[in-house]
Design a binder for this molecule. Structure first.
Ligand code: N01
Length: 533
């Protein structure tokens, strides 16, 4: 509690997080004349790109579609070196942005936010940091990341293991010494796939514990040539336009034809030609109906399965790597740079932990229901408590002291993923978007700041959604969410990866252009669906 409130520094806006969305928020808020204070757990900027330092970590959005577009000067002076840039360069980029725009002065680092409490008398929020520091803000933007609450399964004996271990999302800054070691990796999602491919080059022996085989596609990364660099820099408006026109804000546009309308020959020729392309084009640039449950989806899935079979020499191992229990595209497609070939190495073992689950972690390794594996290092590539994990990691108390954890116990309750009834002026921006994240974050943050400006202009102290609009949104997410492919697998998209978490789509079911249009309509109608006082 803030017993001595007058001595607590007060700001117009508190921003939690100094990653992509946090930096963006600070820049625009300051630009509009608001006072702003940000807090971050980390000792530096970058969020995801600060924490995920594991070997192999990189974009699978095209680098030049990922950076900020708000400054033409920044676009022109920053050179992405690779089409799919790696973590070290990505972290450098965010540092460059923070320095260029002098953003660090507004950030308190090494500051773990413990709680947020709404003060009904002063109609503002008190933020409390673990070390006892406090600040107040009229508004709060929780730019805490959608994939930032690391999930490590609660395996029996996890702390008994004698060797080093870590989660991919909290890779030590000083690195991990894996050379020549017996390393075990648990998890084969996008992080595991990138990590496994990279560390297989240096470890002594690698044991991969796989519960679910994934559809993975070649990334085909390469350096950006000088010629390409010039072309990219001359074409940023077109690049942006392309991204903003698509459902997930990526550059790739679906083929409007149905896969099943064309001949099998033509269909397969298209699959093959997309296979040779880089990045997500294979996922998001194909016939539109490969992303709908049904015949086209299964046809493309089989094409992927055969690609895996071609690349893995041992047919038994190949079948273990072939996904058979979920639809293509229902989980996020990991991009890879030689993942399947890793399993042709003599020093790599694939262990199926679906049929024989991990029973416990021992002093010396991993014990499944079938066997024991001796290891020097264990790496948990076991994912994140997505979307709500980091938000609910903060004790948030709204009107009448009601805890957000309690409100969210059966799943998130918000209007448009950006604010919850009973929590005035608390913008939970990260719940609203997936896809090529920066392209979704820029317009969203812009919209939030416009709303804050609107309130300043019209002298309102608080904004919060009505209970009705929150309920309607919840019903929309449920009914429309059930229809989309992302809801059809047991993944982080629906919270199914976290034991005990309520299962349901955690983000908007609408495309990015639809979400932008909905928000514009709300703003045009004086923030319809919200109560302003
Ligand atoms: O996490 P995941 P991730 N026993 O949840 C397994 C983004 N990202 O960190 O599939 C055994 O996808 C789990 O098994 P299963 C991207 O959006 C982007 O890899 O649940 N295994 C799965 O294999 C991505 O989607 C990039 O059966 C257990 C794995 O752990 C998101 O982050 C790079 C287990 C977790 O996979 C998350 O990816 C990396 C258990 N008890 C990540 N519990 C870019 O390229 C979990 N698993 C930008």
């Amino acid at each position: 509690m803030d017993n001595n409130r007058d001595s607590v520094p007060a700001y117009d806006v508190i921003v939690i997080g100094a990653g992509l969305t946090g930096l963006l928020s600070i820049y625009h808020l300051r630009d509009k004349g608001f006072t702003v204070q940000a807090f971050d757990d980390a000792s530096g900027v970058g969020g995801t790109w600060y924490w995920n330092r594991y070997p192999g970590c990189r974009f699978d959005s095209e680098s030049y579609t990922y950076g900020y577009f708000f400054s033409e000067e920044l676009l022109q002076e920053w050179d992405w070196k690779e089409h799919y840039s790696g973590q070290p360069e990505n972290e450098r980029y965010f540092n460059y942005v923070a320095d260029k725009f002098d953003l660090r002065q507004h950030i308190r680092f090494n500051s773990h936010v413990e709680s947020l409490r709404f003060n009904e008398d002063t109609q503002d929020w008190t933020v409390s940091i673990e070390d006892g520091y406090q600040a107040r803000g009229r508004f709060v933007i929780t730019a805490v990341g959608i994939l930032s609450a690391n999930y490590v399964p609660n395996f029996e004996g996890i702390h008994d293991f004698k060797g080093p271990w870590c989660h991919t999302g909290k890779w030590p800054k000083e690195g991990m010494d894996l050379k020549g070691k017996r390393v075990g990796v648990i998890g084969t999602g996008a992080s595991g796939v990138q990590l496994i491919t990279e560390i297989a080059k240096e470890v002594g022996h690698l044991t991969v514990f796989q519960r679910t085989a994934n559809f993975c596609a070649p990334l085909r990364n390469r350096p950006i040539t000088d010629e390409e660099q010039k072309e990219i820099k001359a074409n940023f408006p077109e690049i942006l336009e392309k991204c903003m026109a698509t459902a997930g804000s990526f550059m790739h546009k679906f083929d409007p034809r149905s896969a099943m309308e064309v001949s099998q020959e033509e269909r397969h020729a298209q699959y093959e030609s997309l296979w040779q392309e880089s990045g997500f084009k294979k996922w998001l640039g194909n016939f539109y109906d490969v992303m709908l449950p049904g015949e086209a989806n299964e046809d493309y899935a089989e094409f992927f399965r055969n690609k895996i079979r071609e690349r893995v020499h041992d047919p038994v191992v190949a079948e273990m790597l072939v996904p058979k229990d979920h639809m293509f595209g229902s989980k996020r497609l990991p991009c890879e740079s030689g993942y399947y070939e890793v399993f042709n190495q003599g020093n790599v073992l694939l262990v199926d932990v679906k049929n024989a689950p991990i029973e416990k972690i021992t002093k010396t390794g991993v014990k499944t229901t079938e066997s024991e594996y001796e290891l020097d290092v264990i790496i948990y590539a076991t994912g994140f408590d997505a979307i709500t994990g980091s938000l609910l990691g903060i004790d948030i108390y709204g009107k009448n002291g009601e805890s957000l954890k309690n409100k969210y116990k059966d799943g998130p309750k918000s209007f448009m993923g950006i604010m919850s009834a009973g929590y005035p002026n608390l913008w939970t921006v990260n719940a609203a978007s997936v896809g090529n994240f920066p392209r979704a974050a820029e317009p969203l943050v812009g919209w939030v700041i416009e709303a804050i400006e609107y309130m300043r202009t019209h002298n309102y102290a608080t904004i919060e959604p009505s209970v009705d609009s929150e309920q309607e949104w919840g019903e929309h997410v449920k009914s429309e969410g059930a229809k989309i492919l992302r809801s059809q697998a047991a993944s982080w998209f629906v919270g199914a990866n976290i034991p005990g978490k309520a299962v349901g789509l955690l983000t908007a079911p609408d495309s990015a252009p639809v979400m932008r249009a909905k928000r514009e309509e709300i703003a045009k109608n004086n923030y319809q669906g919200f109560i302003l006082k």
